[in-house]
Design a protein around this ligand. Sequence first.
Ligand code: XBP
Ligand code: MG
Length: 260
Amino acid sequence: MSELKALLFDVDGTLADTERDGHRVAFNRAFADAGLDWEWDVPTYGHLLQVTGGKERMRFYLDDLRPDWPRPGEAELTEMIKKLHAAKTEHYTRMLGEGAVALRPGVERLIMEARQLGLRLAIATTTTPANVDALLRNTLGEQSLGWFEVIAAGDIVPAKKPAGDIYAYTLEQMNLTADQCLAFEDSENGIRSSSAVNIPTLVTVNGYTEKHDFSGAVVVLEELGELGRSPMVLGGGAGDCLRNGVDIAALRCLHARALM
Ligand code: XBP
Ligand code: MG
């Protein structure tokens, strides 16, 4: 049986709750700057999250919710979305610089322990690389960018999650097989992506994803949380791996169960 060698982290919703008070607000600021009557409230954004990637999400908004909006020709629309997305990224990274978003409970603790024990780390996300950079820099510090052997993000692969491409790319870059890794995800699109390449996956849900279908997850948790107590288990079979909380020993135990 393969030993656990690496932890692969999704970013949005997993490392931090970035969507509702981060990305959503940044999109709205970019729309307002451009004089558009587009405004994404909290439930609307939940609906739009079914499409990953900011540019793809704007297009989905027009297709699905704004048939009334006077749409320009295809080339002009593509250009417009590209500009809006760049403006949104500016807003978002500035917000992160102001400390608008913190890491989820237990994330920093687990990353620190993984580093201490020599587990390899990577990131596999659909978000723009500048966003990952800003999140890590402003939460774990400048040096943390070097802790992740691969930061696979955004348009680096042609098909975003739920396609498995970003995880396949990460495995290839690290020269690892799926069964040597554990992925961390928060959404159905995320677990569909990691599962497409057979990586055992631990899920921590958030307000936008708690009702998603996580069948196939190694375990579904409310959060990683702190040590010394068992976390709230929402699905999957953890056995007694999690008696003391989610530490590396618990992850090794879950990983071994998943490969049984
Ligand atoms: C989250 C996403 C991202 C962000 C926006 O994916 O879907 O698209 O909402 O990012 P993941 P961009 O959880 O896999 O990180 O606007 O930079 O595309
Ligand atoms: Mg996510």
